[in-house]
Unconditional design. Sequence first.
Length: 338
Amino acid sequence: MRKGYLMGKRLNSDEMQKIFEILQKSYDIFGPKIYRGAGCFSDTDIVRYGLLNSWEELVWNQKSDYSFKEVLLPVSETILYFTENETKTADEAARQRLVFVKSCDFHALKRLDEIYMKNGAEDYYYRRMRENTVFAVMGCKESGKNCFCVSMGTNRCEEYDMYIFQDEKGCYMELRYRELEELLWDYGQNAQEKLTFVEKNEIHVEIPEKLPDAIHQDPMWQEYGSRCIGCGRCNFVCPTCTCFTMQDIFYKDNPKAGERRRVWASCQVNGYSDIAGGHSFRQSQGERMRFKVLHKISDYKKRFGYHMCVGCGRCENVCPEYISYVACLQKLNEKEGK
């Protein structure tokens, strides 16, 4: 990231809308916003990431139901076009992007970078979007439902391009990215304030560090076999899940031409681990649950040195069968060293 500068500003409500309009001239601005009537039921709303048209659209007082990752990794993304004679890489986004995220999601960004850019062959499509995006961390005063970011050490962060926190007096903003500093230099009063981050969650989780070798055969995983319906919602709301599949779409008016799309996939969905020859790994839902959980809090750390899970709690909120990821971690903690 392009760091090295630090400027603090205190803004009133009029200045907040003004800087938003200035940023709009250089960036497409994305953040959590309310989608009316788009929830699971016809009369419910949902908070999801989308293109912001005004400062007032930005949701501060609750956690987004879906994470920011679909701004960098669209649910369905065309990566190339083809005919019988040639292929063409899909164009990248026309403008730079600025994305508002909470601290836990900003830590999730590090996990995405690790998988897509530092895990062997670099992902070309992710890298070009990533390098064209700056991030504004939103100060978080109160813990959301089922959050356990403090336990995961993701409640605070420093390596942001921009920090911003809204309170009853207006807004405090801190900049670490030179281009943002140059755009916003003339607005607000110079100030240096203590950054506001969540310091305590209602939920405390202890992650086991030394699971027994036989944990993969533990009967606890069978408990999830009859409960999990394999919908994959826990993966789709998670800011650190990275799996996808590929789809080739052929045009009806010319069956020799079409496009290749990268589409989100889920390790919890039946058929995800199928391979040529009719073989399949992790055939039961209990086995799939085991794979997901151990990847988040054990296998990933063995490779990269830190946990994949950032404690956002979204999987806990979204499960239609009320399967508790936190309760699963607590069970694993009880088995540590056995």
